[in-house]
Design a protein around this ligand. Structure first.
Ligand SMILES: Cc1cc2nc3c(=O)[nH]c(=O)nc-3n(C[C@H](O)[C@H](O)[C@H](O)COP(=O)(O)O)c2cc1C
Length: 306
């Protein structure tokens, strides 16, 4: 007889029934994924990054296909936090979805305000702080590329909310361990690794950049080894639970992250190709645990032997 494995994902103060989430920016506000499976079967849905005000994002073209991946320069287009709370969150709650809200600001005050507004909203299970945004007060340097700024932004959010706090790190740094430590010192409960890698493509016929914004973020299977490496380095730097993301298209990919130390994973670019893939990944992880005689996910997390 095959015994069902316990897939519970433990992320500090946040517990999810399974470890497979959808990544921010790749499933809109979650409701769009309904035709592909019941939303309450997904570990958690991380909605598109929200800012205080609605944002149009960058002009097109803002997506380019690349070998085993894609470049995007959406520029954090979103409906704004108030419209999300009014128009999207009630429907997500009705469907039983576990909702994680990804937030971004351009000043510490914007992050504080977002944390305050969302801290009081019913039906949100965690905040995920995107620190891959330019700090306008520091001349456009990304918050997440500097240890001190990372700590300050996480502290600012932490002061305003008692909700579980995930901090999403950028791979575009020299030492991801240093940034991971800064985020944990600032009060992060768990870390998400990684956001997109900075990239660029050229249209050789027009001799113009392929993206109107010139630079974009690379995602998809092309970045998976970089993401697994970042996760592993963060694992060695900090004691908090980690969430792996970057190029996961199937259960085997997710297992790489889990074995390297991830307590949960997020699916991103794959949602544009196979929007219901999350279900196969959940089933594939369970099948793996059973084949290897494990009764719970926690036995596999960080079981890498070197
Ligand atoms: C079109 C697009 C939009 C994204 N928007 C956001 C966002 O708003 N906030 C964020 O933290 N990450 C955003 N990301 C990054 C993804 O959540 C994820 O970290 C990254 O794509 C790597 O995972 P993947 O290779 O599975 O796509 C976006 C990615 C893509 C492709």
């Amino acid at each position: 007889m095959v015994v069902p494995a316990d897939l519970t994902a433990r992320l500090g103060p946040l517990t999810l029934p399974n470890p497979v989430m959808l990544a921010s920016g790749t499933c809109a506000y979650g409701l769009e994924m309904e035709p592909y499976g019941d939303l309450d079967g997904i570990g958690a849905i991380v909605v598109k990054g929200l800012s205080l005000e609605r944002s149009e994002g960058n002009p097109p073209p803002r997506i380019v296909e690349t070998p085993s991946g894609m470049l995007n320069s959406i520029g954090l287009e979103n409906i704004g936090v108030e419209a999300f709370l009014r128009d999207k969150l009630p429907l997500l709650r009705e469907k039983g979805a576990r909702v994680i809200v990804n937030i971004y600001g351009q000043t510490l005050d914007e992050y504080r305000r977002l944390a305050e507004i969302l801290g009081g909203a019913e039906g949100i299970c965690a905040l995920e702080v995107n620190i891959s945004c330019p700090n306008v007060k520091k001349g456009g340097l990304l918050f997440g590329q500097d240890g001190r700024e990372t700590r300050r932004v996480v502290e600012a959010v932490r002061e305003k909310t008692a909700r579980p706090l995930l901090v999403k790190l950028t791979p575009n740094v020299t030492d991801v361990g240093e940034i991971a430590r800064a985020a944990v010192d600032g009060g992060a409960d768990a870390l998400t690794l990684i956001n997109t890698l900075q990239g660029m493509a050229v249209d050789v016929e027009s001799r113009r950049p392929a993206l109107a914004n010139v630079l974009g973020g690379l995602s998809g299977p092309a970045i998976r080894p970089v993401a697994v490496r970042c996760l592993w380095q963060a694992r060695r730097a900090v004691p908090v639970p980690l969430i792996g993301v970057g190029g996961i298209h199937g259960a085997r990919d997710a297992l790489e992250f889990i074995i390297a130390g991830a307590s949960a994973v997020q699916l991103g670019t794959v949602n544009f190709i196979y929007p219901g893939r999350w279900r196969e990944v959940v089933e594939g992880i369970e099948g793996y645990l059973q084949r290897h005689g494990m009764t719970s996910l926690s036995q596999l997390v960080g079981s890498l032997e070197i």
